[in-house]
Design a protein around this ligand. Sequence first.
Ligand code: NAD
Length: 248
Amino acid sequence: MQLLNKVAIVTGAGSGIGRSVALAYAAEGAKVVVSDIQEAEGLQTVEMIRQAGGESFFFKADVSSATDNAALVDAAVTTYGALHVACNNAGIGGASAPVGEYPIEAWDKVISINLSGVFYGMRYQIPAMLNTGGGTIVNMASILGNVGFAGSPAYVAAKHGVVGLTKNIAVEYGAKGIRANAVGPAFIKTPLLKDMDENTLNWLVTKHPIGRLGEPEEVAELVLWLSSSKSSFVTGAYYPVDGGYLAG
Ligand code: NAD
């Protein structure tokens, strides 16, 4: 088991990619703190982990709140005694408009969840990890942490920011036992895409040379590897998991 007896936090674990990551961590022996703003969905993830024989509890936290992030880390350490692994995954798509028309409040919301949320998470995860001699962090970026996408300026800016922030953690904490990496999924079949019509989804498929959208479990595999000691010499990196999107 790759994460036996490790304590892990996954944000946005009530749905989609975060749920798959939480299940993958638990299947590899981690005790998983499932966090989300959606309580019912988060509890459902915990139930799935327990049904499979794993150990988990739910902690409600809004990643755009620094105090919620502090409380989440505190709950993990108080309940399980340490923190070794974190996947900062919670995120939203946000409004669709070009920069010159982008609603200011929509910009603020996307940045507060998708970028500040990752910073706040690591701000409290890192001191807890240093107390246990180190740890691994995986931040959920996107292919849009590497290239632009018309109509999504806030999302693109936030995800590029996540990639940069991840590099800084590597530089600052590499010698202190903390590794941090960013993952860049292309379009993955999760509720995040629920507002897209069929034409848009079909067009998106054509952007992926592999000829389909991704599954959350395919992202979780990469996150698991980056979270485990199998990736012991990997830090500060950005790994696309994109069906060839960035190659096109
Ligand atoms: P999803 O909507 O299925 O899951 C996101 C989860 O985050 C939800 O459970 C939601 O309740 C939670 N969340 C939203 N705002 C929150 C907040 N303020 N605090 C705490 N939790 C919050 O979406 P997903 O596709 O699984 O997305 C997960 C991550 O993957 C996001 O960061 C997203 O940007 C990224 N991503 C998704 C895709 C995709 O195509 N689905 C592609 C690239 C990157």
